[in-house]
Design a protein around this ligand. Structure first.
Ligand code: HEM
Length: 493
């Protein structure tokens, strides 16, 4: 079996950036942008701040499999439905920790998101933490989610009364950070009591943006071009570590312990041993996991809620239908029960459709675990990898029809889903390394959207056009909505 850089006897895949020419023997058959320059590559017209939207533009021109090169590093991108479905085959492909994900290793180490497949701490943490997302655990988080949503609505009531628009991504970030912090770690960041984002959020955004910038700066020039940014990033990482150490120390001292029998994620990290091996997470690994969950557990959900609110505000017919469902299923109860959230089937379709158009984690990487051929067309050596451009996969006309840009939640009606090929909707990644927090995110987002639709009319700011900002994740930029407080509908007993 051919292998990239290591002897065949070593089963550990190579680390570091693996440029495509190492692993794709017939790379020449994969198109790249015209006007490729010697040494620097395909950088003409590229915008370092919007690598995903740039790649979407280029992908539309070049087709379902294409490549881009910057400063000697070449990446194969895949967005065609058939090829992406092939990459989902776990018997030949696995997660590749590269690019932005690998750039997060200095802060998230072998935490669940950034761990290499072969690192023992991945399986250990996965097995210990997965029950923390099971049905019973989720039902235990539900009252806390309601409580945080109540804080958001108190803040929005005040804005509405003052006749002021709300900052949607800013407030969704407060909501989702408080939700994961309270449910997972018994911690209160007090986000709603602050005007400006919590410093944890600023440090996180700094770290994510830095990881994205490192993708586009050639390593040889990084010391020169990124010196200031490296210093700021070191300060951001130190702040994240310090915050997390305080949260863990407080729990060890007995603070913030949940009352239910289930315990929370932090309890699991500190106290639960692996069911088979009896092994526990080390203190250093717990630090990595807490950072991972605090970041992965809120940034993408915040974006998903923000995009959904944008589309709801711009599609009054969809909003009316979703609101009618909430009122029918929930009645006028202030506190919908856990089971009532999953019953909002249409609202879930709205969320899915927002995640289709703007999957807030917009790409994931897959590597060949054996010598193979992608989609029966492109040979790959073991260790070769490709980036699945989810945001464009979700617009492939082969899977989504001739008007993939149109916002239409009915694409997720059961019959429509059944008629589509599998593996064409991947906002949560794929396989063993898919998102562990999927149910958590969907429950939280559906609950909050239901509560907001029932309470407020949503009015877009005149002239707002969706702009998407990138920092590894996607977020609508400058999205503000004006609110109208709705009269409460009382249902008959
Ligand atoms: C709408 C919200 C979310 C989206 C779109 C999302 C998306 C993703 C994606 C695409 C991956 C796979 C990445 C890859 O293959 O490299 C992933 C993994 C992960 N996500 Fe999420 N996520 C969301 C919410 C959450 C939440 C709420 C949590 C935690 C409470 C979470 C924790 C994680 C973790 C720990 C992993 C790594 C899993 C592993 O490799 O074992 N995510 N997520």
């Amino acid at each position: 079996m051919a292998q990239l850089t290591r002897p065949a006897t070593d089963s550990t895949p190579a680390k570091g950036f693996r440029s495509a020419e190492l692993g794709w023997p017939e790379l020449d058959r994969i198109p790249h942008p015209p006007r490729r320059l010697p040494l620097i590559g395909d950088v003409l017209g590229a915008n370092v701040r919007t690598p995903v939207q740039d790649s979407m533009r280029i992908g539309r021109q070049l087709g379902p499999v294409f490549r881009r090169k910057a400063f000697g590093n070449e990446i194969v991108f895949v967005w065609g439905a058939r090829y992406a479905a092939d990459l989902a085959d776990e018997s030949r492909f696995a997660k590749h920790v590269g690019l932005g994900v690998a750039n997060l290793r200095p802060v998230a180490g072998d935490g669940l998101f950034t761990a290499y497949n072969h690192e023992p701490n991945w399986q250990l943490a996965h097995d210990v933490l997965a029950p923390g997302f099971g049905r019973d655990a989720m039902a235990g988080y539900h009252p806390l989610m309601l409580d945080v949503a109540g804080r958001l609505m108190a803040a929005w009531d005040a804005r509405e009364a003052a006749g002021e628009a709300v900052d949607v991504p800013g407030d969704m970030t407060k909501l989702t950070l408080e939700t994961i912090a309270r449910t997972g770690f018994g911690h209160d960041f007090g986000s709603f009591e602050r005007e400006r984002p919590h410093p944890f959020v600023s440090a996180m955004v700094g770290t994510l943006s830095f990881a994205q910038r490192r993708n586009v700066v050639p390593p040889a020039l990084a010391p020169l071009l990124l010196r200031g940014a490296e210093r700021r990033n070191a300060a951001d990482m130190a702040y994240l570590n310090r915050t997390v150490d305080e949260v863990v120390a407080a729990r060890r001292a007995g603070a913030g312990r949940p009352t239910g029998a289930q315990g929370d994620l932090l309890d699991r990290m500190l106290e639960v041993a692996h069911p088979d091996t009896g092994e526990r997470l080390s203190p250093e690994n717990i630090r990595r996991q807490v950072i991972t969950f605090l970041v992965a557990g809120h940034e993408t959900t915040s974006g998903a809620l923000s995009f959904a609110l944008h589309y709801l505000a711009h599609h009054p017919d969809v909003l009316a239908k979703a609101r009618e469902e909430v009122e029918r299923v929930w009645g006028d109860t202030d506190e919908p029960a856990y089971e009532q959230v999953a019953k909002l089937r249409y609202l879930r379709r709205v969320l899915d459709e927002a995640l289709r158009l703007w999957p807030t984690a917009p790409a994931f990487a897959r590597e060949a675990t054996v010598d193979t051929t992608l989609g029966g067309t492109h040979p790959m050596r073991r260790g070769a990898w490709a980036l699945v451009l989810t945001s464009l996969l979700h617009r492939d006309p082969e899977a989504w029809g001739e008007d993939p840009e149109a916002f239409d939640p009915d694409r997720f009606a059961p019959a429509a889903v059944r008629s589509r090929a599998p593996h064409v909707f991947k906002p949560f990644g794929t396989g063993a390394r898919a998102c562990i927090g999927r149910q958590f995110a969907l429950h939280e987002a559906t609950l909050v959207l239901g509560l907001l639709l029932r309470r407020y009319d949503l009015h877009p700011e005149p002239g707002y056009r969706l702009r998407v900002v990138e920092r590894l994740t996607l977020m609508p930029e400058g999205l503000r909505l004006n609110l109208g407080r709705r009269a409460r509908v009382r249902t008959a007993d």
